[in-house]
Ligand binder design. Structure first.
Ligand code: BMA
Length: 921
């Protein structure tokens, strides 16, 4: 807090040195006033919340009586999106405010097509939910009461209207016209600058909302309003800080001002850089009333600065930069956070002598090559006004940090996320691959559309510029691949759509991103070949090339537990497999009779055409005895299959970080699986369910993204154990791997051995590579020949020595679990649950209680899965292989709960076992 004292001190200094009396801009938020929303014929007329949206208002006022996600309410409540809605309020302003030279009405987010009226006069229209709108209201605003009204057109009707108008003007259509029938969605969302997933997606429902989803305020001022500061840092001999301050004022206004810049440590006792930098500004606003000024050459002693690092590579030190501008007797200020870090997306020949071997594709932070580990983030809620709920974001992003991820891709069908989201990512060291909001479609290129997109890009790049977490901008999701692959029947007019593609993502977006940010790379699409795509005219022959850029990988018809089926790539920015969310999560929105795989409810929830048949095909490859009629088993099996598939792929990617094959494959430096989170309770690729509950995949991620990975595989007859280290500093570390061979029916290992080796920082090494017959021991307890692989499996433990304090373990099945023998029906019992700690971490939501759960088993048990229904929290470990008769696991609660409640809710599943209830409690 003390930096604020310094801020005020320098602020006062400024004022004292100025002989005139100084004022500040007056800001009046309109979110506190009484709002109402009504439909066109007035039959619905209810109070509204701002920021908000129509579905939340109708739910709160009980017009929509049930949870919007209950059963088929996504379809039943579609009438809401087909209506036109009008939001209005009456507010008063004081004379004092009216005296200011300029008065604006500012909307930070309007979703989407609306006409804005003040005192019954049309101020203008909005058509882009990602844009901030401001209207000059000086001449219209009255002393006393004023009325404000926004009339929203139905987004569904608007999509159709714009699509028809486009066809009438340009004589071609812009596909895809509608979402796939299985999604029960709506059409022409590509004509709206609105969250693309709001018309449904293959993991989400259609809730095409309308509303004022961010703040509305009146800004009254004499001089300027500072909108954002873009801070650039550059390390030569010292750090040099420079940047641009963006201001809004009256069109063509001449700005003559004094400015001061200060840099602060957020938690330090005093400014680290006590010298203020003073400027004199003489500039002119443009015809839109936008102005900016640059500052440069603030030299900062290298030794005074702590760097910003991704999670796992060091601290996330952040600094504050404040700007004060004094002009026209008014003082206005703005503060932004930034970090000292350099970022490079390195795309250079893997072999200078052989250009046909392709280019690298990796991120370098402060000179350190970083393997990107993480996932893809879709908006945290399908209703945009609920996407910045603090509890949800802290919960999701903590789950990212706690599982050693260091990167998320903010996917292009969602939102440019809230300031809170980026702040948390900065603080947690989560690097961001930031898509522009275009996904899986062709897009129009009318002047209106391009102008609207231009505002969107400029405003958002400037708003987000100073966040060290953002490391790359990307133009769109899968649109290069869609065009090359003729996903939407564009082939007959390929050149036309290609030229539109280039207009939008290159001529407009790339140009604007680069004009506003020279510190980061822009890739035109994901997947793409990066700069190779650009050299191939932006639509590469094969956007999925393994030797350039990034790829998206979906193998629904191969054995994803087999690492041989995982192809090398430079960077896998999406790879995924579906699973079902837990029974308790589904139960929240369905009746008991809906909870079977053949119910109409489960059919409606599956938005991916191959859906359940792909899940079942995959399960049957590796897991024994799937019974479709046993819904709980189906859920459990789908989660095991997803966890194992993504584990196999992620580990393979990590082991390839320093492998380059003679034909140029390998050097994989990124693994971002699809997808982190969900927007409703349905089958999807997520590792975290809607509501925050971890699927088995998320527990597995904690191990497969561990800073030091222990990855055993069996390929043909060889057991190969790889170690991958993400430890960035120091010399080589000594690692010891202990191997244990277990028979499926005994707690006693059949054989034990250990291997010791060294691993260099940031590298991958194979420390064991032997025929499985050679490591089984001599006693033949596993039998002979291929019987061995059916009767026995292995557990490995890794010890990195006391200094690192990283211990991890891994398991290896030697054959498909459909073929194994000897596994008993284990009876698992709960021995004890007791609270052992209570804490409040830096990010944990609220108070967290830690419970120790002790379980026992009478036989080896596989994929032991503990579930406490809807009690919020997570286990320290889950889905594990149990080879001891007793085990302790912690449960970390996110809300207040008692041991008794936990005990009552607890169920335990194992591959072949039963939960035998409570022992000795
Ligand atoms: C990719 C993503 C999403 C989609 C996912 C699963 O195409 O970019 O559009 O949800 O695959 O199909």
């Amino acid at each position: 807090m003390e930096y604020i004292v310094w801020f005020i001190a320098s602020f006062l200094f400024f004022i004292i040195n100025n002989s005139n009396q100084l004022f500040q801009p007056s800001l009046l938020s309109l979110s506190e006033t009484q709002w109402i929303v009504k439909n066109k014929n007035g039959s619905i007329n209810i109070s509204a919340n701002i920021p908000g949206g129509i579905y939340t208002d109708l739910s709160r006022e009980r017009i929509l009586q049930k949870d919007i996600f209950y059963k088929d309410n996504d379809i039943k409540y579609r009438w809401v999106a087909n209506e036109s809605w009008s939001y209005s309020t009456t507010f008063t302003v004081e004379n004092e405010l009216l005296k200011k030279d300029y008065i604006w009405l500012v909307f930070h987010g309007v979703d989407t097509i609306a006409s804005v009226f003040l005192n019954n006069v049309l101020l203008g229209k909005t058509d882009n939910m990602f844009v901030r709108y401001r209207f000059d209201i000086k001449s219209l605003l009255q002393n006393g009461a004023n009325t404000l009204e926004l009339n929203f057109d139905s987004p569904i009707a608007s999509g159709l209207k714009f699509s028809n108008q486009y066809y009438d003007t340009y004589n071609y259509t812009v596909p895809p016209h509608c979402t796939m029938p299985v999604q029960h969605g709506e059409c022409h969302v590509n004509f709206l600058r609105k969250m693309q997933a709001s018309f449904s997606w293959d993991w989400g429902p259609a809730f095409p909302s309308v509303g004022i989803w961010k703040d509305v305020e009146i800004e009254a001022f004499n001089s300027v309003i500072i909108r954002s500061i873009s801070v650039n840092v550059n390390l030569t001999n010292e750090w040099e800080v420079s940047g641009v301050v963006y201001m809004d004022t009256f069109p063509n206004k001449n700005i003559s001002a004094d400015a001061q810049i200060n840099i602060y440590m957020p938690h330090g006792s005093k400014p680290v850089f006590p010298q203020s930098k003073n400027f004199r500004i003489e500039t002119n606003a443009d015809a839109n009333g936008e102005a900016s000024f640059n500052f440069s050459r603030i030299v900062v002693n290298k030794d005074l600065v702590k760097l910003w690092w991704p999670n796992g590579y060091g601290d996330q030190s952040l600094y504050l930069l404040s700007v004060i501008v004094v002009s026209s007797n008014e003082v206005t200020s703005f503060t932004t956070k930034f970090g000292f870090r350099n970022v490079k997306l390195v795309q250079k020949p893997v072999d200078a002598a052989a250009p046909n071997k392709g280019l690298t594709f990796y991120f370098e932070i402060n000179g350190v090559k970083v393997f990107a580990k993480g996932s893809n983030f879709i908006s945290s809620h399908i209703l945009p006004e609920l996407s910045y709920d603090k509890y949800t974001l802290v919960n999701l992003l903590s789950a990212v940090k706690d599982t050693h991820m260091n990167m998320l891709r903010v996917w292009g069908g969602g939102l440019y996320e809230s300031d809170l989201f980026y702040k948390l990512c900065d603080e947690m060291g989560i690097m961001l691959w930031q898509d522009m909001m275009f996904a899986c479609a062709m897009y129009p290129i009318s002047n209106n559309f391009l102008q609207s997109v231009s505002k969107e890009v400029v405003q958002n790049v400037r708003r987000l510029h100073s966040h060290p977490s953002i490391v790359v901008w990307a133009g769109n999701n899968e649109n290069e691949a869609a065009l090359r692959g003729n996903w939407y029947g564009t082939k007959p007019n390929f050149e036309l759509y290609k030229s539109d593609y280039i207009k939008l993502y290159v001529n407009v977006i790339k140009k604007l991103v680069e004009e506003n940010d020279f510190t980061r790379s822009y890739v035109v699409s994901s997947p793409s070949n990066g700069i190779e795509s650009e050299m191939e005219g932006y639509i590469a022959d094969d956007p999925y090339s393994p030797i350039y850029g990034d790829v998206h990988v979906y193998n629904y018809f191969s054995d994803n537990w087999d690492p041989m089926n995982v192809s090398p790539t430079r960077f896998s920015s999406e790879y995924g497999i579906q699973s079902l969310p837990s029974f308790s999560t589904l139960r929240n929105v369905a009746d008991l009779e809906d909870l079977n795989i053949t119910s109409p409810f489960m059919k409606l929830r599956q938005h991916h055409p191959g859906g359940y048949s792909e899940i079942e095909f995959e399960i049957n490859l590796n897991l024994p005895g799937l019974r479709r009629e046993d819904f709980k088993q189906y859920i459990y099996y789908s989660q095991i299959n997803q966890a194992m598939s993504i584990k196999t792929m992620s580990e393979k990617y990590r082991t390839l970080r320093n492998t380059l094959t003679p034909d140029g494959n390998g050097l994989t430096m990124g693994a971002l699986y699809w997808q982190l989170n969900d927007v409703w309770q349905a089958p999807s690729w997520s590792s975290i369910e809607f509501g925050g509950k971890w699927k088995m995949l998320h527990y597995f991620a904690k191990k497969f993204f561990s800073p030091v990975l222990l990855s055993p595989t069996i390929i043909f007859n060889n057991v190969t154990v790889s170690i991958v280290s993400d430890i960035p500093t120091g010399s080589s570390i000594k690692v010891t791997v202990y191997g244990y061979v277990y028979h499926y029916n005994s707690f006693q290992p059949v054989n034990e051995f250990s291997v010791t080796s060294e691993i260099k920082p940031l590298s991958s090494v194979i420390i064991l590579n032997k025929m499985y017959t050679e490591i089984m021991g001599n006693n033949r307890a596993c039998g002979f020949g291929s019987d061995i692989t059916r009767r026995c499996f292995m557990i490995f433990k890794l010890d990195c020595g006391s200094e690192l304090d990283i211990r991890t373990d891994a398991f290896l099945f030697l054959n498909r679990l459909t073929t194994i023998s000897g596994l008993q029906k284990a009876t698992i019992r709960l021995k004890e649950i007791k609270e052992i700690d209570r804490r409040k971490g830096p990010f944990l939501p609220k108070i967290s209680q830690i419970f120790e759960v002790t379980i026992t088993t009478d036989a080896v048990a596989l994929f032991v899965w503990l579930d406490v229904g809807n009690i919020k929290g997570r286990f320290s470990e889950n889905g594990f292989q149990l080879v001891t008769s007793e085990k302790k696991i912690n449960f970390i609660s996110w809300e207040s709960v008692t041991a008794k409640e936990l005990q009552k809710a607890l169920t335990i599943s194992t591959l072949k076992g039963v939960y035998g209830g409570i022992l000795n409690v």
